[in-house]
Design a protein around this ligand. Structure first.
Ligand code: ATP
Ligand code: MG
Length: 347
């Protein structure tokens, strides 16, 4: 069977370091591994509109921002097809038919849907389109017959729901759709990177992000004002590393060579953690080190972004070509789905 990747992001803002460690970095590795026959990267504008219906301008502007983030992280349009979701009507069509295979109660039990509804404070005014977004995600994944979906941990319930839809479709209409596997980051800290404010998830909608496109000084300021262990008041106090965002970021980003280059007093992160837990190590020192580590990772990304920013028409051309290519593949699946569902009347 062909090995196919599909994944993507909502154009609700520029991408942040949570996206980077949770999904983006892995995508680039998988892209360059040569193990995949096709890679589709989707800018999910239709999904972004499900909770941003009144802000079309925001979604429009962020299409190019997300595309720039992709290219600056190393997604290569020669190897990965980058496309815009709303320009592929087959995805909407598939969503409509899949909705008949899912109950309202089942979506209501989806833990990510639950927490996203709570986060957005929808109360009883949940847009119907937003509620249905797990079904639309299933359409996106299956339209490309994706076998692998590299995403962050919050997407696990979405993948489960997608697999249920595939089972249900195939058992009613005959073997048509491909069942996808989730690919999670292997580093536990990257599953769900917390916000700089200590909230459980760094998220565009929460304003607690370090963006890939932030300049050096902005990153430094954000790091220096990060939430840490609130009980670590004086330097001598023993500190907590579990759930302390500064240490979670170090878990996600630091490598032994960072210690060698920036802080040779410690051999590795375990030594640093042990000192913090014993007491006698101030937050400022650790934040300075974290800043160096982050700048080291982000500098080349920033540099590439600047180059692409000077060639915006080329970026739009990449999106246009990618969308055309993606549409051909989705149309083939839609053709098979129509045949399986017996709604191909004129054939
Ligand atoms: P929004 O607030 O608009 O939902 P978001 O910041 O949650 O935006 P998405 O576009 O919903 O970002 O998510 C894109 C991808 O990034 C998904 O695969 C998701 O799992 C991953 N991701 C998002 N935030 C994090 C995070 N804090 N840590 C790890 N992965 C993340
Ligand atoms: Mg999200």
């Amino acid at each position: 069977m062909k090995q196919v990747i599909l994944t993507g992001d909502r154009p609700t803002g520029r991408l942040h370091v949570g996206h980077y460690v949770g999904s983006l970095k892995r995508r680039v590795q998988l892209q360059n591994s040569g193990k995949f026959d096709q890679i589709f990267i989707m800018i999910a504008d239709a999904q972004a509109l499900t909770d941003n219906a009144h802000q079309p301008q925001k979604v429009r502007e962020n299409i190019i921002q997300v595309a720039l983030d992709y290219l600056s992280c190393g997604l290569d349009p020669e190897k990965s097809t980058i496309f815009i979701q709303s320009m592929i009507p087959e995805l909407t069509e598939l969503t409509f038919y899949y909705m008949n295979l899912v109950t309202v109660a089942r979506v209501g039990r989806n833990p990510t849907v639950k927490s996203e509804i709570k986060m957005r404070d929808f109360k009883t005014s949940i847009p119907l389109g937003f509620f249905a977004y797990p079904v639309s995600q299933a359409a996106d994944i299956t339209a490309f017959r994706a076998t692998a979906v590299p995403v962050g941990e919050d997407q696990m319930p979405m993948l489960e729901q997608c697999r249920e839809i595939v089972h249900s479709f195939n058992s009613i209409y005959g073997e048509t759709l491909v069942e996808p596997q989730i690919i999670l980051p292997d580093n536990k800290a990257c599953l769900r990177l917390p916000g700089t404010d200590g909230k459980a998830k760094m998220s565009k909608s929460l304003g607690n992000c370090i963006y890939l496109s932030d300049d050096e000084e902005t990153v430094r300021k954000k790091v220096m004002s990060m939430f840490t262990d609130p009980n670590h008041v004086r330097v001598e106090d023993p500190g907590r590393v579990e759930g302390n965002p500064v240490f979670v970021y170090l878990d996600a980003f630091s490598r032994p060579d960072h210690f060698e280059r920036f802080w040779p007093e410690y051999k590795n992160l375990d030594e640093l953690k042990a000192h913090y837990q014993r007491g006698g190590l101030g937050d400022v020192k650790i934040k300075k080190f974290l800043n160096q580590v982050l700048q080291d990772e982000l500098a080349p990304i920033r540099e590439r972004r600047k180059q692409w920013e000077a060639h915006l028409p080329e970026v739009y051309e990449i999106l246009k070509k990618g969308t055309e290519k993606a549409r051909t593949v989705a149309a083939q699946t839609m053709h098979d789905v129509r045949a399986a569902m017996k709604i191909n009347y004129f054939e």
